[in-house]
Design a protein around this ligand. Structure first.
Ligand SMILES: NC(=O)c1ccc[n+]([C@@H]2O[C@H](COP(=O)([O-])OP(=O)(O)OC[C@H]3O[C@@H](n4cnc5c(N)ncnc54)[C@H](O)[C@@H]3O)[C@@H](O)[C@H]2O)c1
Length: 294
């Protein structure tokens, strides 16, 4: 089939047009809520040497033009990486120039991290990331928050029993879900830092028009399967967390929002309906499939 064009400009080779259309395929999806299109191409990943970042640049490298940033050495030679400490603005600011979106994963990811580490690596670093984005004109930030920003909810009934595998009298289909509207209730210094990151994101969204998606990630681990009873509720597989990050990068419109990063686990207690609704999140995994291997 030939494509007809009403134009006086020089002829555009048909092959080039077909290639362009092919490139657009899959980048435009519609649903009743929103038009999904992806203007995002150049994506800076902070903490690019880490677990989630490594999976991201490995598996979504054909979809985005990634650059990396980490305090440690780069682990993907094909991804141009700025080595530096995010708590030192002068040392990392340039990495944000010419970037469309940032996936901010760089942090001390240990939920028991001491204040001496949380302060520079999570609080100051995160403020610097948002400020560098504002300064450089970055459009969007996907911020790796954590379930620990609201971790105290988990100690309430019935979650306190589910997390230790006591399901007596409970129907997994009728467990009230902890959703994105619940009160902030951090369960430690790390959780406080993640709540700070969400608050910082809200500030930059409202005051400077930065688009911000916060992902309250559950449990993502190297083995890519639940390793203890609690993780039967909290696990998020690599492909599910990557899908969430991708959707957060691509969804339109976005101003500020919060989603939980958890797979479709039988005993999950964090809401994924909001992510299904807004992001069209379609989780592929369920921790229950691994129960026998615990
Ligand atoms: N893995 C999970 O289960 C989980 C759950 C909730 C939230 N998160 C959050 O997601 C993000 C990524 O998690 P992960 O498991 O891949 O962590 P990770 O520890 O594997 O990676 C974090 C990376 O950040 C880098 N980093 C730390 N401080 C830095 C600094 N000051 N400047 C630059 N880089 C710095 C580290 O060198 C590391 O490569 C973290 O922010 C973490 O808090 C992870």
């Amino acid at each position: 089939m030939r494509l007809g064009f009403c134009s006086t400009s020089p002829a555009v080779p048909e092959a080039a047009i077909l290639a362009l259309l092919d490139g657009l395929k899959g980048r435009y999806e519609s649903n009743s809520k929103a038009l999904y299109m992806s203007p995002v191409r150049k994506v800076l990943v902070t903490g690019s040497g880490g677990l989630i970042a490594s999976a991201l640049v490995r598996d979504l490298g054909d979809r985005f033009d990634f650059t990396g940033q980490d305090i440690g050495p780069p682990n993907y030679p094909t991804v141009p990486t700025t080595v530096g400490d995010l708590s030192d603005m002068d040392g990392v600011r340039q990495a944000f120039d010419g970037i469309d979106a940032v996936v901010h994963l760089g942090a001390d990811s240990n939920q028991h991290a001491p204040w001496a580490s949380v302060l520079p690596n999570n609080l100051i670093a995160t403020r610097n990331v948002f400020e560098a984005c504002r300064d450089a004109g970055v459009k969007r930030v996907v911020y790796a928050s954590s379930n620990h920003a609201v971790g105290m909810h988990e100690l309430d009934e019935p979650y306190s029993r589910i997390r230790v595998g006591n399901y007596e009298g409970l129907d997994p289909d009728n467990v009230p879900q902890i959703d994105h509207t619940v009160q902030i209730r951090p369960d430690g210094q790390y959780g406080i830092s993640k709540a700070f990151g969400e608050a910082t994101g809200a500030y930059y969204a409202e005051n400077f028009g930065l688009e911000v998606a916060c992902l309250r990630i559950g449990t993502v681990n190297r083995d890519n399967r639940p390793m203890e009873v609690r993780q039967l509720a909290t696990w998020c597989s690599h492909r599910d967390v990557l899908q969430l990050i991708q959707r957060c990068l691509e969804v339109e419109p976005l101003q500020f929002d919060i989603f939980y990063g958890v797979s479709d686990n039988k005993w999950r207690f964090w809401d994924i309906d909001h992510a299904r609704d807004v992001l069209r999140y379609a989780p592929q995994d369920n921790a229950e499939d691994y129960r026998d291997s615990l």
